[in-house]
Structures are given as structure tokens and as C-alpha cells.
Design a protein around this ligand. Structure first.
Ligand code: ATP
Ligand code: MG
Length: 679
């Protein structure tokens, strides 16, 4: 275990009041948090269950927990909370359920579910067609902003001047009412509801303030108003906390993050102690020079210097590629050659990009060269919408109480049930203390709903009931599952909604894969009990969760992720792809003139690298089915020329060489290995 430097130690040992550690990338902020948790438990005898640490991503939370567990024996970390803000909020709501408008099995709507609900509400209000599709994005954003600024639905209209925006305020009210009727919350609610409750209920507040004796927050620069309020409410009486952050790495302004919250801390907590760290322990000095030289182009809230004693290191390379295909190929080949030459591990490499679509071509290249990789933040099998839909049918068969499964499929495919009917159904279910599915077949429903709607719901409930019966009895359930899905018209829906033939094929293939894995589970089952459809569905649901975990496991694979997802992480060799105007900086940011945020993203990307950094750009890139000539990113001009190696910048010699196939390449590598072995 490395020794903390004196300033880090000072930060670790200061426990008598509020503390802000303000420091640049790689200076050991997260290390201070993990060491401080151990210090609080070991030296200050604070029980682990009285300590709460929060951060932003699941990956970061898991990593933080793992680091603490390395520092302490397992019995000492029992009860310690290390989680994301959202996980914390969820636990809080479960704990304080009685004080919320929610019932026990409340559902959590993901972004896609929220979007569907809003779409439905808009259609109901006759904002139909293309126009509503355009509006829905704007509506989601406005509603989320209101929530994150802690503005309740009834107050939203007060903040508006534009009469057109009034529509969104009305929509916000409708949306909230529907969520409550469905006994559901969205992601923002996971922060907003606990915050409200703490504001309004002094008993609950006292309880939590007593319970949490010490609070630690990583990546503080990305907190939004609601999160900051939550922090303040949790620490109020005797403000003892440590928050660490770097205003230059604030990259979530679009989600309401306010780097000003750093300055606000000083106002709200006059006794705030500030510790600055300046030594970077991560990167070579060339990499740091590059990072510093880019970020100086931004206005600064706080001045920070960073230095490193890791030596100059290699020059930062910029590779100029002919087009996006060439770029993906070069990166994949670079990685395999570099790895073999230096006897590295795959996991030492990371490829970062601004937008998810940039990974597609690279994935194809990596597969061809048989390079193992893992994609973080991409869509995993069980997160694909067609799989989620079909799994929801199956989940409902397994558990008629699963309201979130019900909500996902009640109108997929469309059954002519508008949000007004569903809202009434939700209220009815609440009143009678039954699930949405049970309410659907309740005889009393005809009194509160129009005949057509209650008829549809009854029919749906009967449909699920019938297949539940049959599936539980049938010795060979998979064909029956297929039949059920076909009968709903879902496959036709997938076909009609697909934008391209490829997309249709991918989706249908995914569905077939799901059927095949159900069959597989049945075939492989050891005894008859495991062969039943409910056992199989249960297993699938578990697999779903496992897959999510597996994705995060530290396996030996090349890491592919967006720049946003890379925050807080570090890798020996980093590639940043697509250094072009409109990509990085992103087109939307150029239009919105928020270049500074893009520059911070660039800074985050550069500072992920420990040993070597390579950037690539393509002279031409496919966009909307056409090859377009690109312009190199303005951030390239901001790099220090003395630390840059950019051979391809003037003229790409590779352009005239015959293209090697993946097979040629593998053959060369094998030859190289053989000759090495021979020596
Ligand atoms: P970021 O801003 O990217 O989140 P950070 O400030 O949180 O970075 P850490 O991730 O905590 O930085 O640390 C960066 C690297 O430096 C880690 O590999 C960590 O183990 C190492 N490190 C931190 N402090 C020291 C130290 N005092 N001596 C040696 N290595 C250290
Ligand atoms: Mg960190």
C-alpha cells in the first residue's frame, strides 16, 4: 500500500468539520476517500454502519467498495454504505416507505419507460405524429430539469414566460400523477423524493442525521441541485463530511450538474476546510502537459496545478486515418501489436470515444482479430428493448404482482388503452390493494372505466391467465411461449417498427436467441422441478442480473467506453477516437456554444492514461449513408506540439498501400510470435 503524501494525510485525518478536497485528475482524491473510510473505522472507532460514501456510477461504487475491503478485514466493513446517489435514494425510499406515497413493490421506470409514458400522454392530448416525437425529447429534458431543481409540478408553470412551454408544465403534472397512480418512480425521483421527505419531515430528518455520522462524496463537481440539497439535509446538525472533486472534470451540466456547487459549499458551510492536492500519481508528465494545456483554454473557477514525477514518457501520438473504417482497423491492429510486443494484458488498454455509435466499427474489427473486449454502457442482451418486452410477458406469468412488467407490455403491442384509463386502473388497484393485472380482471372495474377499456383489460388478463395455466402444465413450453408472443402480435410490431431490414433481422434474431436459451435451460435441467417454466423464467431473470454483474467484472479484456463512462478510471494505454469537429466537440455543443464542457470531457479522456496516449481522427466519415470530409478537432490545436508525434498529419502514406486483410494480419502476428519463440 502506497504512503499518502502529507496533504492527503491531512485530508484523511481531518474529521472534526466539513472538508473539501479540490484537486486535479489523478491526484488521489478517490484514494483519500477510501483511505479515510478505513481511518474512520480503524482509528476513530466509528462503526461502519454509520459511514456512507456516495459516488456517481455503479462501477465507481463497486470499485470504491473493493478498495476499502482490501484495506480492512471483512467484519469491520459490515454495514458500510458505499453506493451511487441513486442506489442510496432507492434504499432510503424502501426504508421510509410509510412516509412516501408509494407501496412496497413500487416499480422503477427507466429512461425508456418514462419516454413511452410521456409519448402516450402527449398522444392523448392530441400532440400526435412527428411533432410529438420531437417534443417528447424536449419534454423529458424540461421535466427532468424541474425535478433536479426541486421544482414540484404545481410550481413549474411559475418559472415560465413562454406560453408554449406551459404545455410542458401541464405535462409534468400529468406525468407525476400517472407515476403515482402506477406506484412507480423514475430515476430522478430516487433523489428528489428522499430530498423532499427530509425537507418536510423533521422526524425522518433527525433519524437520518443521527444515523449518518460521516458522509463522503466522490466526484462532487457533478452534483445537481437536488443532490446537493440531499447532502446538506443528511449532514445538517454537525456537518461532518468530506467531498472531493475537480471542477475541470464536471461533465454533466446537461443533466443539471452545477460546478458552482463547489463555490456554494463555502457559503453554506463557513467552517469549510479546503485541501488542495497537486501531485498526480497516474500519468507521465507529457500526458499531464497535454491535459493542462488543453484545459487552460477554459475559464477557471479555481486555479490548480498538477505535476508528476513519473518521467516524460512517450510522445502523445495522433494518427490520421483515411476514414472511419481505417480508423477502427488501425486502432484494433495497434492494440494487438502493442500488446504482443510488450507482453501486456488486454485489460491494460482502453478505447474511449464521444458517442456510443463510434464503437460499432471498432467492435467488428476487434472481433475479426479475435481481441477480447468489453463494452461498458452499451446495450447488453437483456437490456435490448425486444428482450425486455418478452421478458416482461414471462415475468408477468411468473408473478402476477409484477406491476412494472405489466406497465411495460400492456400497450406493447397497442391495445387501445390510453393513459387516462391506465391512470384510473392504477388508482383502482391502489384502492383495492391489488396488482394492476389482478385489477384488470376485477369485476368492479366496469364502474370506473368505459366499457371498451375495461373489456380490453379483462381480455388481457384472461390472455395471461390462460397461458399461465397452459405453460405450467405443458411438458414442452417453448413452442407455447412462441405461440403466446405471436398471438399478441408482437412480432408483427417488431417488423413494422424496424427502420431497416438489418435492424429487423437483428431484433428477430435476438428473440430467437432468447427462445433458444430458454430451451437450453430446460434441456440442461437436472431434474423435473428445474424444467418447469417458472423455474426457467426465474433462472432467466437471475441470468439477467448476473449478466449485468459480469459486464462489470474485471476480466482481462480491452475496455471500450464513452468518455463520460471513463471518469474516475485509469488505464496504462488509452486511445481516444474521432478527434474531429462535430464529434469531439460534439455537434450539439457547438450549436449550444457549450465548448467548455466538451473541453472538460477531453481533459477527462487525456487524464485516464497512465503510460501512453494515442488519438485518432478520420479524414472522412460516414454520416447518414454518405462519406463526408471532416475537420480536425480544435482540441488538437490546443495540444503542446513539443509533446506530440503526428506523422500522418501531413500526408497519410498508408493511403497508397494495399489494404491488408485481417487474415494477413493474424498470419503476420503468428510469424512474429514464432520468430520470437525461435530466438
Ligand atoms: P480522478 O480525478 O481521475 O478521479 P483521483 O484524484 O481520484 O483521480 P485516484 O484515482 O485516487 O485519483 O488516484 C490516481 C492513482 O494514483 C491511483 O492509481 C492511486 O492508487 C495512485 N495514488 C494516489 N495517491 C498516491 C500516493 N500518495 N502514492 C502513490 N500512488 C498514489
Ligand atoms: Mg477519482
Amino acid at each position: 500500500m502506497s504512503q499518502l503524501n502529507p496533504r492527503q494525510q491531512e485530508a484523511m485525518q481531518y474529521v472534526s468539520g466539513p472538508l473539501l478536497v479540490l484537486a486535479g485528475a489523478g491526484s488521489g482524491k478517490t484514494s483519500v476517500i477510501t483511505r479515510k473510510i478505513a481511518y474512520l473505522i480503524e482509528e476513530c472507532q466509528m462503526p461502519a454502519e454509520r459511514i456512507t460514501a456516495v459516488t456517481f456510477t455503479n462501477k465507481a461504487a463497486r470499485e470504491m467498495k473493493a478498495r476499502v475491503q482490501k484495506l480492512l478485514p471483512s467484519d469491520k466493513t459490515k454495514g458500510l454504505t458505499v453506493s451511487t446517489f441513486h442506489q442510496f435514494g432507492l434504499q432510503f425510499l424502501r426504508y421510509e416507505l410509510l412516509h412516501t406515497p408509494l407501496k412496497g413493490n413500487f416499480s422503477i421506470m427507466d429512461a425508456e419507460d418514462s419516454k413511452r409514458l410521456l409519448m402516450d400522454l402527449m398522444v392523448r392530448d392530441n400532440m400526435s405524429g412527428a411533432e410529438s416525437r420531437e417534443l417528447v425529447g424536449k419534454a423529458i429534458k424540461m421535466i427532468s430539469d424541474w425535478k433536479n431543481d426541486l421544482i414540484p409540478p404545481e410550481k413549474a408553470a411559475d418559472t415560465l414566460t413562454d406560453p408554449e412551454d406551459m404545455l410542458f408544465a401541464t405535462l409534468y403534472q400529468l406525468y407525476e400523477r400517472n407515476l403515482r397512480a402506477y406506484n412507480a418512480v423514475d430515476f430522478d425521483d430516487l433523489i428528489v423524493m428522499p430530498t423532499r421527505l427530509l425537507q418536510e419531515n423533521s422526524q425522518v430528518r433527525d433519524k437520518w442525521q443521527n444515523r449518518i455520522r460521516y458522509l463522503l462524496v466522490d466526484e462532487y463537481q457533478d452534483t445537481n441541485t437536488a443532490q446537493y440539497e440531499l447532502i446538506k439535509l443528511l449532514v445538517d446538525v454537525q456537518p461532518r463530511f468530506t467531498v472531493v472533486g475537480d471542477d475541470d472534470q464536471s461533465i454533466y451540466a446537461w443533466r443539471g450538474a452545477k460546478p458552482e456547487n463547489m463555490a456554494l459549499l463555502q457559503e453554506d458551510f463557513p467552517k469549510l476546510k479546503v485541501v488542495k492536492l497537486e501531485q498526480n500519481y497516474r500519468s507521465t508528465s507529457r500526458i499531464l502537459h497535454a491535459a493542462n494545456s488543453v484545459i487552460t483554454n477554459n475559464e477557471h473557477l479555481f486555479e490548480k496545478k498538477l505535476w508528476s514525477d513519473k518521467g516524460h514518457g512517450e510522445l502523445i501520438r495522433i494518427i490520421n486515418c483515411r476514414n472511419d473504417d481505417d480508423e477502427a482497423e488501425r486502432v484494433a491492429k495497434e492494440i494487438i501489436t502493442h500488446k504482443l510486443r510488450n507482453a501486456n494484458e488486454w485489460q491494460d488498454y482502453a478505447v474511449l470515444y464521444r458517442s456510443n455509435f463510434q464503437a460499432r466499427m471498432l467492435e467488428a474489427q476487434l472481433r475479426q482479430l479475435q481481441i477480447p473486449y468489453k463494452l461498458s454502457g452499451g446495450t447488453s442482451f437483456f437490456a435490448r428493448s425486444e428482450i425486455k418486452d418478452i421478458m416482461s410477458y414471462l415475468r408477468l406469468i411468473l408473478n402476477p404482482e409484477d406491476d412494472s412488467a405489466f406497465l411495460r407490455i400492456i400497450n406493447t403491442p397497442k391495445r387501445g388503452l390510453g393513459p387516462a384509463s391506465l391512470e384510473k386502473l392504477g388508482l383502482f388497484a391502489q384502492e383495492h390493494q391489488v396488482s394492476l393485472l389482478m385489477a384488470s380482471s376485477h369485476s368492479g372495474l366496469t364502474h370506473v372505466l368505459p366499457k371498451k377499456a375495461s373489456g380490453e383489460l379483462k381480455e388481457f388478463a384472461d390472455f395471461i391467465e390462460r397461458y399461465t395455466q397452459e405453460l405450467y402444465q405443458h411438458p414442452d413450453p417453448v413452442p407455447l411461449v412462441k405461440q403466446m408472443i405471436d398471438e399478441t402480435g408482437y412480432i408483427d410490431l417488431v417488423r413494422s417498427e424496424a427502420k431497416t431490414p438489418q435492424q429487423e433481422k437483428i431484433r428477430i434474431d435476438n428473440i430467437e436467441t432468447l427462445y433458444a436459451s430458454i430451451q437450453n435451460l430446460i434441456n440442461r435441467a437436472d431434474d423435473d422441478d428445474d424444467r418447469t417454466i417458472d423455474a426457467v423464467i426465474r433462472k432467466l431473470v437471475l441470468l439477467d442480473m448476473l449478466e449485468q454483474q459480469q459486464e462489470e467484472e474485471n476480466t482481462n479484456k480491452v475496455n471500450l467506453m464513452t468518455l463520460h463512462a471513463a471518469k474516475g478510471l485509469e488505464f496504462d494505454y488509452v486511445y481516444i477516437m474521432g478527434l474531429e469537429e462535430e464529434l469531439l466537440p460534439h455537434k450539439n455543443s457547438i450549436i449550444a456554444e457549450s465548448i467548455e464542457e466538451e473541453r472538460r470531457l477531453m481533459y477527462v479522456g487525456i487524464t485516464r492514461a497512465r503510460k501512453e496516449l494515442t488519438m485518432t481522427m478520420a479524414a472522412q466519415r460516414r454520416a447518414g449513408g454518405q462519406m463526408k470530409t471532416t475537420t480536425p478537432s480544435r482540441f488538437i490545436d490546443e495540444l503542446p506540439t513539443e509533446h506530440i508525434d503526428a506523422p500522418g498529419m501531413k500526408k497519410s502514406a498508408a493511403a497508397h498501400q494495399p489494404k491488408k486483410t485481417a487474415e494477413d494480419y493474424l498470419a503476420n502476428i503468428q510469424a512474429l510470435l514464432k520468430s520470437k519463440a525461435a530466438k
